[in-house]
Write a protein that binds this ligand. Structure first.
Ligand code: ZN
Length: 329
């Protein structure tokens, strides 16, 4: 019997990451490339193609040998595979699935990256078998996803679940989306940038971040945040604690709204400092949950798939769509 191969593809503003798995779900090859998003959609698609080819070359197969490929991208994705809008890629209504399936020569399905990441935690991570699972991913921004009864929920127009853009402060900090006061503008590396600049530049506080970042406080690398936290840098500890508290407020609101059985928290910041930050999120979420709602029925835990979350989640999603379309995945 011919062996089966599957591809999971994570397209981000800075990098493309591809994994190839076997029929048991084990990763047997992977490749990464810069996305060069500033050169436009066609270039990114070519680079995805060459990244998948590179991973296939490692195990001596062609891209057309892939049974099904799943793609996660930072945009809402319509069921017909059109990516509606990805600000950091410069995309508006681009035919993501159409283009990739013709380049790769295999069936392709796509989902929003954080929806895919949440679905991955549902299928392969601690969220396995949760009835209602919410995923939150803190990196440059704050992404989210919701899985109900085993299905991703993206609402009437497939634009959900943008949990990071819930308004938490009327007229508050300006968010990357153009609104003011989004949770993301407080609970993300972008949000931390506001606080770093306020403390270091305006309040003239000392911090090892001045040296570690070269004075650039927007989107500080998670590895640098970890280094500064472990060095007990006051500004860093205060800022990360505040971001985790804001996230906890958001989690409490989500528990009040949805009463999920599990909230999984991941993304670069939590991969680096999850053990340190999770207790802060739990404490704040408990305070922020409607008292009548039973906080203890919701487990709050760390995501488990790390860097593979989007690629593997998108692949699981693609397999489920492929199987539902009558082909055995
Ligand atoms: Zn926003």
């Amino acid at each position: 019997m011919a062996r089966s191969y599957y591809a999971g593809i994570d397209i981000g503003g800075t990098k493309i990451y591809v994994v190839i798995t076997d029929s048991k779900g084990a990763i047997i090859a992977s490749a990464r490339k810069k996305s060069k998003a500033e050169r436009g959609f066609a270039t990114v698609m070519e680079r995805v193609h060459s990244c998948v080819s590179e991973a296939c070359d490692m195990i001596g197969i062609a891209t057309a040998d892939i049974t099904v490929a799943g793609v996660g991208a930072p945009s809402p994705i319509l069921p017909n595979g059109v990516a509606v809008s990805a600000a950091n890629m410069g995309w508006r209504k681009v035919p993501l699935v159409g283009k990739l399936s013709s380049l790769l020569g295999c069936p392709v399905y796509a989902e929003n990256d954080c929806n895919a990441g949440t679905y991955g935690e549902y299928c392969l991570g601690p969220g396995k078998d949760a009835k209602l699972l919410v995923g939150l991913f803190m990196g440059t921004g704050l992404g989210g996803g919701i899985v109900v009864d085993g299905k991703l929920t993206s609402g009437v127009n497939f634009m959900g679940a943008e949990l990071g853009h819930m308004t938490i402060s009327r007229g508050g900090r300006i968010c990357g989306c153009g609104k003011k006061g989004c949770l993301e503008a407080y609970a993300s590396k972008t949000g931390m940038g506001y606080k770093f600049k306020e403390e270091i530049l305006c309040n003239k506080r000392e911090s090892i971040l001045v040296e570690l970042t070269g004075g650039v406080y927007d989107n500080v690398k998670s590895s640098i945040l970890k280094k500064a936290w472990l060095a007990k840098d006051e500004v860093t500890v205060e800022t990360l604690t505040e971001a985790a508290e804001y996230l906890g407020d958001g989690v409490g609101s989500i528990i009040t709204m949805l009463a999920p059985d599990m909230v999984v928290i991941g993304g670069g910041v939590f991969e680096a400092l999850g053990r340190q930050l999770l207790p802060i999120v739990r404490r704040t979420a408990k305070e922020a949950t409607y008292p009548v709602a039973s906080f203890r029925d919701t487990k709050i835990c760390l995501a488990s798939l790390g860097d593979n979350a989007v690629a593997l989640g998108a692949l699981e999603y693609a397999k489920s769509r492929f199987a539902a379309n009558g082909a055995v995945g």
